[in-house]
Design a protein around this ligand. Structure first.
Ligand SMILES: [Zn+2]
Length: 465
């Protein structure tokens, strides 16, 4: 063989080796959704969904799919036909801290690509209705409350009495004004709302029992808004991290737990962190297309109710009556404790068999089981409570303003009760329509009188059919 031929063969072999090496390297690279096509992502979601993974494992997996993804603050909007913000409803190529968390959550809850897209809209918009006024993500507080169907705030559970409460006024009007929007037809009123956070020294001294996939809000000290940054907590064989779409790194990164906490703790702008966790038991498929999830009612045993004192009088529920406790309540003590106090007062001072109301709703819209539905309630005023299902919001709504989440979950509860007992939603009344009382307070009664509650209930009943 000629020397030249040998060199040619050698070069060819070398080239082949290089090509094979490059192809292998490329194939070994983990899938990144910001570089993948829809079909590839769809296949991947289907294969992950077929595996029996926990929420934490799915959150770890899907959040990793965006490591290195370029950061862009203005990445998603209300779609090309929106009136105000026409950025796409979904952008996987460039993400910000909020869209990153939402995308990871929606992927975790979904079985295929279209499912993921729909769930994402449901996380981002109130009842999945797309628009500027129905956005959930102006503030973390709106977002957590609107997403209580899939997400729990676990800050208190993790931090116990180390958790610090902070109360602020959330104003959509102000928010829209700053955006130069002055023609939103429906707007929620300003409201005071409380969240809890764990301070940095606490997080560094005694690491709470976080779980991979926990959503983390970095709480800042300015008024009007709570969260400055959203992150995902991740724990794997290499350590504990905050995984986040970072503006300063201009991409999605894993920041080591302690190092990150040290950094933010030195910035006087930040106070600490709040933590949220996806519920383990969400069954999206069961409610597919209806956007309805079972109402989570905190049972008597869960809030530590005392047993009934006596048998009570049985009745058949025929109508819905709305109350407030009439005492200003700002979340302290926590509702679980507060309810025990009300029950004690009703049983001991009033000598009733039990707490007077059938259901109670706290400031965040969480519902607590009160007196059994089949037993007549009690009242200190002069109407006959036979046949009334009494629903009571904690607080004084002569002074306080009901929160959107309270109206939302109260309406859900009423819709369920109307269906259960074949009660017409037209029977919904405020206590003051029955007798001389201020209950349920003018701010809550306004929503009964102007049919906001009725409309919400009827809408939810229609969805059920
Ligand atoms: Zn009342």
């Amino acid at each position: 063989m000629k020397k030249k031929t040998i060199i040619q063969i050698a070069l060819f072999v070398l080239l082949a080796v290089v090509v094979v090496f490059v192809v292998c390297e490329y194939k070994r690279k983990p899938l990144r959704y910001h570089k993948a096509g829809i079909e590839e992502i769809d296949r991947d979601i289907r294969s992950i969904s077929a595996k029996d993974l926990t929420i934490a494992e799915r959150m770890s997996y899907y959040s990793e799919r965006f490591l290195g993804a370029p950061y862009k603050l203005e990445s998603q909007g209300d779609g090309p036909y929106a009136k105000y913000d026409r950025l796409p409803l979904l952008n996987l190529k460039k993400i910000n801290c909020m869209t990153y968390c939402e995308i990871a959550m929606a992927l975790t809850l979904s079985d295929y690509y279209v499912d993921f897209f729909n769930i994402l809209q449901h996380i981002r918009y109130y009842n999945g209705i797309i628009g500027m006024a129905t956005r959930n993500h102006y503030t973390m507080v709106d977002w957590v409350q609107a997403n209580s169907w899939c997400l729990d705030d676990v800050t208190l559970q993790l931090g116990g009495d180390q958790a610090i409460a902070v109360e602020r006024t959330i104003s959509h009007a102000e928010f829209f004004k700053n955006k130069g929007i002055d023609d939103i037809p429906v707007m929620w009123p300003d409201r005071r709302t409380t969240i809890h956070y764990l301070p940095f020294e606490q997080l560094l001294n005694e690491k709470p029992e976080l779980q991979s996939g926990d959503i983390v809000a970095l709480i800042q000290n300015m008024g009007g808004i709570f969260s400055a940054h959203m992150l995902i907590y991740i724990e794997n064989e290499t350590g504990a991290f905050f995984r986040h779409a970072s503006m300063s790194a201009e991409k999605t990164v894993d920041s080591p737990y302690e190092q990150y906490l040290q950094g933010v703790s030195e910035n006087p702008r930040y106070l600490g962190m709040s933590f949220m966790r996806l519920k383990e038991e969400i069954d999206w498929k069961k409610n597919h297309g209806k956007f309805i999830v079972p109402l989570n009612i905190i049972s008597r045993s869960e809030w530590g109710a005392a047993p009934l004192k006596g048998e009570g009088i049985e009745h058949i529920p025929k109508r819905i009556t709305i109350h407030h406790t009439g005492v200003v309540y700002e979340g302290v003590p926590v509702a679980l404790e507060y309810l025990k106090g009300i029950q004690r007062y009703h049983q001991e001072d009033k000598q009733w068999i039990d707490i007077a109301y059938h259901y109670l709703v706290d400031l965040n819209g969480r519902i607590y089981e009160g007196r059994p539905e089949h037993l007549v309630g009690d009242t200190a005023t002069d109407y006959d409570p036979h046949g009334h299902l009494n629903i009571c919001l904690l607080g004084n709504y002569e002074d306080q303003t009901p929160d959107r989440s309270q109206i939302e979950s109260m309406s859900r509860l009423i819709a369920d009760l109307c269906l259960k007992y074949d009660i017409s939603p037209k029977t919904i009344k405020g206590h003051k329509e029955l007798t001389d009382t201020k209950c349920p307070g003018k701010n809550l009664f306004e929503l009964v009188k102007n049919k906001t509650v009725l409309n919400e209930v009827e809408k939810k009943i229609r969805l059920r059919h």
